[in-house]
Design a protein around this ligand. Structure first.
Ligand SMILES: C[S@@+](CC[C@H](N)C(=O)[O-])C[C@H]1O[C@@H](n2cnc3c(N)ncnc32)[C@H](O)[C@@H]1O
Length: 662
């Protein structure tokens, strides 16, 4: 039985360096050479392959450079030593939901999500701190980011740090922000599907830096658009010079193609421009001029109207079609000469023949997608408060537009790793309720501590106190989701009821194929240090650490904690269905219909081994999983090595070859 330790690849988050090396090896096998420390890239071979001139380490190359960039890149490649602990008590509909709300620093969380969600996310929306000098910009720690996280969020006694904002006088103002953003964007890109898209909100402060970093991470060829969102429709007369009324939303594709961005639905207003003055049986139409500017040969023939009047295109213009095509249009009654049958001809464009959707523009007005005001009002109403506990939430309608454009697929995964008040999840709930889709959402939010002495945070502090929760932003996120979910579910049920009553009136037969209620639940997970104790003789005294290593799983962690760490490290979805059955008095969990069978009992007696093993074998036969099954036990559960070997032997005899212990 192979033992998984903190150093085993299966116990770690994704090793991105190894993945990059594997990609290089598959493209250019000769590029990799063996060294004492493992595989390495041979720079000389690289120069031969791509030409000397195209390999450079020169400082003066084009691009954005800042202090710490090399380290920031390295930070994205260092595996996480953390885990995500399940928190069903904070969740809604834990058993059935496929949505996730993860509390933690997003750098670590993005690393932990790599194995399970790489290449699976359709849409990422982020609204990071704009670096205004007032917002908190997370200081990563290259040495031990999990310990740093626990300190930053005061989850540890070790000193505790005063979280402070990144002020303009710090001397490293833009650098700090760039160092924070760069590794996160790199990790985010890995999570996107080939046809995935990222939208990032920003204002003038960091727009230029963000654009350059996104160009570097995604490639300028994958730039889709820089949207201007009209966040405010009033003028701030106390603005120093010009009142800023917009933010930007930068959009990049993982892999540019003609279909990464969809169309928007046509609006009532657009359709109202189509009428039917001549009672055409083909329905409403819109008149479009039959001529266009400029002279063109063959474009100046004569067209006669039903009244007998002869028309030629106006001066300096031409008919848009050749004469034969115009004759065809005339014969199909697709040319209109006005009510009198005498006016200049127009072509009839039928509503039934225009495309279902329209292209989005780069200007998104407050009327179309809401403003800062809309967002504040939305949040205050939902939470039932006078003062918004959140400074600048985004309106759900803004994010709904992104979903319409880039996550029309009914089973898309949508990720927001700077989720703030949770607007993105609310927007996903709304769209799903409207179109019956099963989009899933993953939110990540730092349990950023609220400061009762900061007057801008007083409303948030009061709200947390009112709901009896710790004073952190993540608590606001969860409460917003609970309330948004309940509201949307209630509205959906009322609608279904009304529709059913209507159907009853029209047709007393029962309505077939009732629509499933939208998934408005969410599973909460919290970032923590791994459940697997590190072998660390320096930290503890030697005798103590020897004793601790006997069971290298931390004693204050539950079986569920360990089970979900396994899912993460094996690359399974955190919402995969899990069933349990008892054998010989020990609970066995079947994950993903038998692809993983886990028993984390702390003690398995020698006499129980056979019953337990045969129970697992029988269940495995019943489940018939498609691929290979891994079976996992707790290493310290066995009385001795003989019991452990026996158990593995019985399982292996019955085809369960991959047996591991933790
Ligand atoms: C501008 S707000 C997002 C607002 C959000 N779009 C809304 O509509 O409510 C940015 C959020 O990112 C969070 N944040 C900052 N650094 C973070 C980090 N390292 N990990 C996770 N969240 C972080 C902050 O706590 C803040 O709530």
């Amino acid at each position: 039985m192979q033992k998984l330790t903190a150093d085993s690849p299966a116990a770690k988050s994704a090793d991105l360096v190894a993945a990059n090396l594997a990609t290089l090896r598959s493209l250019f096998p000769e590029l990799l050479t063996e060294t004492q420390d493992g595989p390495a890239v041979n720079l000389d071979v690289l120069k031969q392959l791509v030409g000397d001139r195209t390999v450079t380490d020169a400082e003066e190359k084009y691009g954005l450079h800042w202090h710490g960039k090399r380290r920031a890149r390295q930070l994205a490649l260092t595996p996480s030593t953390g885990t995500l602990r399940p928190c069903p008590e904070d969740s809604v509909e834990w058993a059935t939901t496929k949505n996730l709300m993860i509390e933690g620093d997003n750098l670590e969380v993005l690393k932990l999500l790599q194995k399970s969600y790489a290449g699976k996310v359709k849409l990422i929306y982020i609204d990071p701190p704009y670096n205004t000098g007032k917002d908190f910009v997370y200081p990563d720690d290259f040495q031990d980011n999990i310990a740093n996280y626990l300190r930053q969020t005061r989850q540890t006694d070790a000193g505790g740090v005063k979280t402070s904002s990144n002020t303009e006088s710090s001397g490293r103002f833009h650098t700090d922000w760039l160092n924070m953003m760069y590794p996160r964007l790199k990790l985010a890109r890995n999570l996107l599907r080939e046809d995935g898209v990222i939208f990032v909100s920003i204002d003038d402060g960091e727009e230029n830096n963000l654009k350059t970093v996104l160009d570097e991470v995604f490639g300028p060829e994958n730039f889709v658009a820089q949207v201007v969102w009209e966040k405010m429709y009033t003028t701030k007369n106390d603005a120093s010079l010009i009142s800023t009324s917009h933010d930007y939303v930068l959009c990049y594709a993982r892999q540019m193609s003609g279909s990464v961005i969809g169309l928007l639905p046509r609006t009532e207003e657009m359709n109202a421009r189509y009428t039917n003055p001549d009672g055409d049986p083909r329905g409403a139409w819109k008149a479009i001029p039959l001529y266009a500017d400029g002279e063109r040969t063959n474009g100046r023939f004569k067209i006669s109207s039903p009244s007998g009047r002869i028309h030629e295109p106006p001066a300096n213009s031409h008919w848009r079609y050749a004469e034969s095509d115009v004759l065809k249009l005339l014969s199909e009654d697709r040319i209109y000469f006005g009510r009198t049958g005498d006016s200049l001809p127009n072509q009839k464009l039928f509503l039934s023949e225009v495309r279902d959707g329209v292209k989005a523009r780069t200007l998104w007005t407050h009327k179309e997608v809401g403003s800062n005001d809309t967002a504040s009002r939305e949040l205050k109403e939902l939470l039932g408060v006078q003062d918004s506990p959140f400074s600048f939430p985004k309106p759900t309608t803004l994010i709904q537009r992104m979903i319409q454009l880039a996550a029309a697929d009914k089973d898309s995964i949508i990720l927001d790793f700077f989720s703030g008040s949770g607007t993105t999840a609310h927007a996903v709930f709304c769209r799903n309720a409207e179109d019956g889709a099963k989009r899933r959402v993953i939110l990540v939010q730092l349990p950023e501590l609220l400061d009762a002495t900061d007057k801008e945070q007083v409303a948030a502090v009061d709200y947390c106190d009112k709901i009896g929760k710790p004073r952190t932003i993540a608590e606001l996120t969860k409460e917003r989701l609970r309330r948004a979910g309940a509201k949307i579910r209630a509205e959906w049920e009322a609608q279904q009821k009304a529709a059913a009553e209507q159907a009853d009136l029209l047709n007393p037969a029962p309505a077939a194929g009732e629509r499933r209620a939208p998934d408005v639940g969410f599973r909460v997970f919290k970032l923590a240090s791994s459940n697997i104790r590190e072998w660390d003789p320096q930290r503890d005294r030697l005798a103590e650490s020897l004793e601790a290593a006997v069971d290298h799983l931390k004693t204050d962690r539950t079986e569920q904690d360990i089970l979900y760490e396994l899912l993460l490290k094996l690359g399974l979805d955190l919402c995969v269905p899990i069933e349990t059955r008892p054998f010989a008095g020990h609970v066995v969990s079947s994950v993903g219909a038998g692809s993983l069978l886990v028993c984390l009992s702390p003690k398995i007696a020698a006499a129980e081994v056979e019953t337990l093993a045969l129970g697992i074998v029988a269940w495995h036969k019943e489940l018939k999983p498609a691929g290979e099954t891994t079976v996992v036990f707790r290493d310290s559960a066995f009385a001795d090595d003989i019991a452990k070997t026996n158990l593995a032997a019985i399982l292996q005899q019955h085809g369960l070859e991959t047996v591991r212990s933790l």
